[in-house]
Design a protein around this ligand. Structure first.
Ligand code: TXA
Ligand code: MG
Length: 327
């Protein structure tokens, strides 16, 4: 079984031995290895069961360390790093010679971010090198936001998860393609929004369309997916389901709780985007373990819900079109 540890020294020692450990970040837990050790990086791919051509993010402590792994960083990208690092923003940049193609899935670009979580920062600083870290979940499954999720997700494929408490943000970082000088692209939505990015980039425009040459595994149609069904429904549909046949978990805004009180369901509620993000993966995991299926009330279409709509759409994708028992 994967053991939970608190010692940064022990975690750094394990990394130095070429082993994989799970680490906390402010977004989700990661599955970390020394970014400059090919064998260690290969272990990450095999533990996660991730195809080798899906590139990993290198986690650094600061801009200086980012310059070790990338070249030709545009001026606006420096501005964005100064504004949002450490924090949940990942840059795709041209890779340096130090960055192995075993990290980048053979591409000449590399994804880099400086996480904010203090345990993670202390670890990277004390280790002194970048760490690759995809989210600490099996490929395609729900990401992990507590050390307990990690120990549930894996058996004994690696030794340790470094304790960092529940992840404050709860969904993965925003990823931008910053390989062009005159504009940049959002590749994955996160809590840092297009509006915030454009404000800080001082006139360099931010596009929100995917560059098809770049591979972003989070962009698969099904992702973040539980092994039990997830359905996204309008409130009018939610009221019509026959809840006496199944055990159902219902995820809704807290101000709508009363209209569902009479239903035979377990409810989880949120007041805003941040609260839903912080709890979403825990609730999806709970739905998978203890319920027949999970229903999530459809989210608003406004852009500040984009990142959450994206995660929920992908979590539900495999199950769309499945019939529910209506009354
Ligand atoms: O918040 C996060 O970003 C978390 C924490 C652990 O830092 N990490 C994370 O890693 O979500 P992962 O591997 O699950 O997702 C990284 C995404 C993948 O979709 C990958 O394809 C994309 O980043 N990516 C990595 N390198 C890239 C590159 N050179 N070009 C385009 N996309 C890239
Ligand atoms: Mg992931």
């Amino acid at each position: 079984m994967v053991q939970i540890i608190n010692s940064i020294k022990e975690a750094a020692y394990e990394l130095g031995q070429g082993n994989v450990i799970s680490i906390p970040t402010e977004t989700v837990y990661g599955l970390a290895a020394d970014a400059e050790n090919q064998q260690a990086v290969n272990k990450v791919f095999s533990i996660k069961k991730r195809p080798a051509n899906h590139p990993l993010i290198i986690h650094v402590s600061d801009i200086q360390m980012a310059e070790r792994y990338s070249v030709d960083i545009p001026e606006y990208a420096y501005r964005l790093m100064k504004e949002f690092w450490p924090g949940p923003l990942t840059f795709v940049l041209k890779k340096s010679n130090i960055t192995g193609s075993y990290v980048t899935g053979g591409q000449d670009t590399v994804a880099i971010r400086a996480p904010k979580h203090h345990v993670c920062r202390d670890l990277i600083q004390s280790y002194g090198k970048g760490l690759v870290a995809p989210s600490a979940n099996l490929y395609g499954h729900i990401s992990t936001t507590t050390s307990e999720h990690v120990t549930n997700e894996f058996n004994d494929e690696f030794n340790y998860v470094l304790e960092g408490g529940a992840c404050e943000i709860g969904i993965e970082s925003t990823i931008i393609d910053a390989t062009q000088d005159s504009y940049f692209n959002i590749l994955r939505h996160g809590v840092i929004s297009k509006q915030q990015l454009e404000k800080a980039s001082c006139g360099i425009p931010c596009q929100d369309n995917r560059n098809d040459e770049l591979r972003v595994s989070g962009d698969k149609l099904s992702h973040y997916a539980p092994n039990k069904p997830v359905h996204v429904l309008e409130s009018s549909q939610i009221s019509k389901i026959n809840y006496n046949l199944d055990k159902v978990l219902l995820i809704i805004p807290s101000d709508q709780r009363e209209q569902y009180f009479h239903l035979n369901v377990m409810m989880e509620t949120y007041q805003n985007q941040a609260e839903l993000a912080a709890n979403l993966y825990s609730w999806l995991r709970k739905g998978e373990v203890s319920f027949d299926y999970t229903i999530i009330q459809r989210l608003p279409l406004e852009s500040d819900w984009d990142a959450l709509r994206d995660r929920i759409k992908k979590a539900a994708y495999k199950y769309t079109g499945q019939l529910l028992n209506y009354m």
